[in-house]
Design a protein around this ligand. Structure first.
Ligand SMILES: [Zn+2]
Length: 341
């Protein structure tokens, strides 16, 4: 954790015996953020507490002359995220960059708000995500279809970012954080077509977003994350190999935290993804329900995981979302095979 202080801000209201809370600019109560954790040389993990749950959604701050935030979390997490950044001493002019691994709302929903709060920060995004940050209308419409009522009750939305603040990240491009530190962008489609990993030259940590899957510390098991509409098995497997080729020292997952045995994890992710895809495809070819087949086959993964933690996993990485992604991918493949004759 280092020697930096993480005391509560000036508007802290600690009640004797009650829960501690901060208040945002509109006077709404927000929870006091758990102290940031130093997970590597100059890398802080910030718990953005989606849904109030600990260790489900992470943002990361890469420190240097030009500090860069990786992932904002959802819009509902912004007050807490801003409290975090204040806690580590970042003033409004201090944040140089914000990069999102992809534009799903649990990663990028806060971008518009964070861009407003840090007027000097450049917003970095995959080429296929850029226009949605500038004009989120279509993204919000499709999120409303996917999330239903959870859109407003859990995630919030996404405010537009002025186009001139957005920098499109090409594969291999670097973001300079210090004279001796840069983040290299790694185009990594599969989970989403607008997915990018970021490899930190200083700590060796690779920020992998959702491309490796979801492994909540409270659930223990690594599961693939294969949501509609973009999931593509072959691209996802290729991205895992690309990550391994970078020889990272650790993988920082958005959901959640640092895994320090990267090559083993990438291997496990490859195997798990193939097994899930096999089960999904067999069910699909037999006209069976893919979600039911996945739940039955992989239920034992969750043996021993307490109910409250299963709920987090279900919201973050539900079997229905994975099944819908596999179905869409299989249907799309069949259609293009048919049209190829
Ligand atoms: Zn995610």
């Amino acid at each position: 954790m280092g020697g930096h202080h993480h005391g509560p801000g000036g508007h802290h209201h600690g009640g004797a015996g009650g829960a501690d809370h901060l208040h945002d600019a509109d006077g709404h109560e927000i929870p006091v953020p758990p102290p940031p954790r130093r997970i590597g040389d100059g890398v802080l993990e910030l718990d953005t507490l989606l849904g109030g749950w600990e260790r489900v959604t992470a943002g990361y701050l890469v420190e240097g002359d030009a500090p860069v935030l990786v992932e904002t979390g959802s819009q509902s997490s912004v007050p807490l995220l801003l409290a975090h950044l204040e806690q580590v001493g970042l003033g409004p002019d201090d944040l140089a960059g914000v990069v999102v691994t992809h534009i799903h709302l649990d990663h990028a929903g806060g971008v518009g708000d964070v861009a407003r709060a840090f007027p000097k920060a450049t917003v970095y995004v995959h080429p296929k995500g850029a226009r949605h940050l500038a004009d989120p209308t279509k993204l919000i419409d499709s999120a409303a279809r996917v999330y239903g009522p959870l859109l407003d009750s859990l995630y919030g939305r996404l405010d537009p970012t002025p186009a001139e603040r957005i920098h499109v990240l090409e594969d291999g491009e670097t973001i300079r954080v210090s004279s001796n530190r840069e983040l290299t962008a790694i185009d990594s489609p599969g989970h989403a077509k607008h997915h990018v990993g970021l490899h930190d030259s200083e700590s060796g940590i690779l920020f992998v977003g959702d491309a490796v899957g979801v492994k909540l510390p409270d659930a223990g098991v690594l599961r693939p994350s294969t949501p509609p509409p973009d999931f593509d098995l072959h691209l996802a497997l290729t991205s895992l190999r690309k990550f391994a080729g970078r020889k990272p020292t650790g993988l920082a997952l958005a959901h959640y935290g640092l895994l320090s045995d990267p090559l083993d994890v990438l291997d496990e992710a490859d195997g798990t993804l193939r097994r899930w895809a096999d089960v999904a495809e067999a069910a699909y070819r037999n006209g069976e329900d893919i979600a039911a087949a996945l739940s039955t086959t992989f239920a034992a993964d969750l043996d021993g995981v307490p109910e409250e933690h299963r709920e987090k996993l279900e919201v973050m990485n539900g079997v229905h979302s994975n099944a819908a992604g596999f179905r869409r991918w299989l249907t799309t493949n069949d259609a293009s095979a048919a049209s190829d004759g």
